[in-house]
Design a binder for this molecule. Structure first.
Ligand code: MLT
Length: 210
């Protein structure tokens, strides 16, 4: 049975030592089960930590409140990023794992971006699928040595390319090593997301353990 940490979550141990763990963060309306199969596809041997968003919006789960589609309650973004960062610290202790790489989709990618910006020591890096900049006045933490892969959809009606570019710029200005690719898709995930994320994660693992 999972330990009683501050978020309902799933944890799957690593199948091989030395592979960075993944923090799976689902999109709006998802839950802690959603990204486990995808996590296994992109990081077959990694420990997987997958919390359930705590914010309920009309019966569906998210990681922070929004005023309307694409307009965020930034105080709530900050509160929930603090809360999630604390959970990740607790889980790293409880499961004896290293700081994870976030793997977030949509609302999950946006909360991952907020955690990176507000709690730069909690994550080892991030794969942000269909993300935007969640804070209008982002802080400038020290993200040197952290890799971030941002994958956007060229025809994404929910997440503007401009927002993703502002996110890439904010992370780059903070010293992160950012790769931003735009795929010929919309908000939905594609095979290209899986292949690019897997290749990028393989490279991160190789960099950690040459
Ligand atoms: C968000 O709320 O984080 C974004 O608008 C995407 C979503 O609806 O999940």
């Amino acid at each position: 049975m999972d330990a009683p940490l501050s978020f309902t979550h799933r944890f799957e141990p690593a199948l091989r030592p030395g592979v960075p763990p993944l923090l799976l963060l689902h999109g709006t309306g998802g839950n802690e089960d959603d990204l486990l199969p995808l996590g296994r596809m992109v990081a077959p041997d990694a420990a997987l930590l997958s919390p359930r968003g705590k914010v309920l919006e009309g019966g569906i789960l998210r990681f922070f409140r929004r005023v309307q589609a694409g307009v965020f309650d930034e105080d709530d973004v900050r509160r929930n990023a603090d809360d999630l960062a604390e959970f990740v610290r607790q889980a790293c202790d409880a499961y004896d794992i290293a700081a994870p790489i976030a793997f977030g989709y949509s609302n999950g990618a946006n909360v991952a971006a907020a955690v990176l910006l507000l709690h730069p020591n909690v994550l080892a890096g991030a794969v942000l699928l269909r993300a935007t900049l969640p804070l209008s006045q982002p802080p400038r933490p020290n993200l040197h040595g952290k890799g971030v892969l941002i994958l956007s959809g060229a025809t994404d009606a929910l997440m503007s390319l401009d927002g993703a570019k502002r996110l890439a710029a904010a992370l780059t200005e903070s010293g992160a090593s950012v790769t931003h690719r735009t795929l010929p898709v919309g908000h939905e995930l594609s095979q290209a997301d899986v292949s690019l994320a897997r290749k990028w994660l393989d490279e991160q693992s190789a960099g950690t353990h040459p």
